[in-house]
Design a binder for this molecule. Structure first.
Ligand code: HEM
Length: 396
């Protein structure tokens, strides 16, 4: 295995490393060691190699889990085709373009409710008051969680995500969270099976593809994947994207003057933030990638933030530009596991920024220093971001 005596060793499992937003190391890797061995897993840093791997799931398997340091769970992201595709078709019944489009009014009302709660104060924490509630409320509504149980849902989602980082100290909390979710979801699933409503859980309970349906265990795990996959990810793009445009007043003002720029602006926020830092694959045979031989059974880690700053693909990749085109980022991954919730996430992002620009056009950062990142090796973003604005009146 190659080593690099002039560099401090990189540990892809280290939450502290990811929490430091390690673009210097990633840039060095793309230039000098695009397939980097950290002692237990290969880090893939170039855009082209990440796409090659994502396009070839027969060689690069998900079935041993998508974390570098933890095994698989019985959910579609940890499966290979054809089982994965069958499961995905069933869950996809809840994410058809028509169903997602139909939610725009609901999302706008939720965003207005979130803004109403702080607009009279003239200040708030953008992460906890603006960014975090939207995906949580949307997923809660989808999965049949009562409004008074949303804090509980946040606690479960956080505990389970922490456990996915493989840190044993989170295991007890995660086991409790898993037990709590299984019981809660079990009650909702029983209810929606008998009395379907207009929510995702009802669609999933009744979805049928070629005579196949999701059983109780499958419903519990796939809804859990939706909870883990859609909550913090969307939050971090709202807050990280928000910081970029507020920090560069000119870009914020351009958006206030012409919110249609959000079409490209949201894609740039996704590229810039890339809240899912990596996904693992296992080689099913000895295979060469980026000039290295990866042996059968070894794990590789697709380093999405690195691909999204690859200078061979993006012009001036370290410049944040709300008008960037083209912008073929891989924040949602690529290939057969491409994010199932991407349209919903994009809609949530657009509508939230539309409402913020319209209702808080003079919003500004209360602290110009960039906020700290969460020290986590899977999903990471800002922990807190105080902002100020002229107080306004609630609309609700
Ligand atoms: C900005 C927000 C989001 C980002 C950046 C994101 C990113 C990703 C990424 C990188 C993957 C893996 C893709 C691959 O391996 O090629 C993924 C998969 C997935 N995401 Fe998202 N996601 C987001 C929001 C959501 C939302 C809102 C939901 C659901 C409500 C969701 C549900 C899923 C599911 C179910 C999968 C697994 C798909 C499969 O295995 O076929 N995600 N997402």
């Amino acid at each position: 295995m190659p080593d690099h005596p002039t560099r401090a060793p990189i540990d892809f499992v280290s939450g502290a490393w990811w929490g430091s937003n390690p673009h210097d190391d990633l840039t060095w890797m793309r230039a000098n060691a695009p397939v980097y061995w950290d002692g237990s897993v290969w880090g893939i840093s170039r855009y082209a190699d990440i796409k090659t791997i994502s396009k070839d799931p027969a060689t690069w398997s998900n079935a041993q889990g998508i974390r570098p340091d933890a095994g698989p769970m019985p959910m579609m992201i940890d499966m290979d085709d054809p089982e994965h595709l069958q499961r995905r078709k069933l869950v996809n019944k809840g994410f058809t373009p028509k169903r997602v489009r139909a939610r725009e009014d609901e999302i706008r009302a939720v965003c207005d409710g979130i803004i109403d709660r702080v607009i009279e104060k003239g200040e708030c924490d953008f992460v906890w008051d603006i960014a975090a509630p939207l995906p949580l409320i949307m997923i809660g509504n989808d999965l049949g969680v009562e409004p008074e149980d949303r804090d509980q849902l946040l606690e479960w989602s956080d505990a389970l995500l922490c456990a996915l980082t493989g840190d044993p100290q989170h295991l007890e909390r995660a086991t409790e969270a898993f037990g709590g979710w299984t019981e809660y979801a079990g009650r909702v699933i029983a209810d929606r099976t008998a009395n379907p409503r207009d929510d995702l859980m009802s669609v999933l309970c009744h979805a049928e593809v070629d005579g196949d349906r999701l059983d109780l265990g499958e419903l519990t795990f796939e809804s859990l994947l939706i909870l883990i996959g859609g909550d913090e990810t969307t939050r971090h793009v709202i807050s990280g994207g928000g910081w970029q445009v507020l920090n560069d007043r000119d870009q914020w003002n351009r958006l206030v003057a012409d919110p249609s720029l959000l079409t490209t602006g949201i894609e740039e926020m996704l590229r810039w933030v890339t809240p899912i830092k990596n996904m693992a694959r296992v080689a099913t045979r000895d295979v060469e990638i980026g000039g290295q031989v990866v042996e059968e059974g070894q794990k590789v880690l697709l380093l999405y933030p690195s691909a999204n700053r690859d200078e061979t693909v993006f012009e001036e990749p370290f410049r944040f530009d709300i008008g960037r085109t083209p912008n073929e980022h891989v924040a949602f991954g690529f290939g057969t596991h491409f994010c199932l919730g991407n349209s919903l996430a994009r809609l949530e992002l657009r509508v939230m920024f539309e409402q913020l620009l319209a209702r808080m056009p003079d919003m500004e950062l209360a602290d110009r220093a960039e906020p700290a990142y969460r020290a986590a090796n899977f999903v990471s973003g800002y922990e807190s971001m105080p902002v100020r604005f002229t107080p306004g009146a609630p609309v609700g």
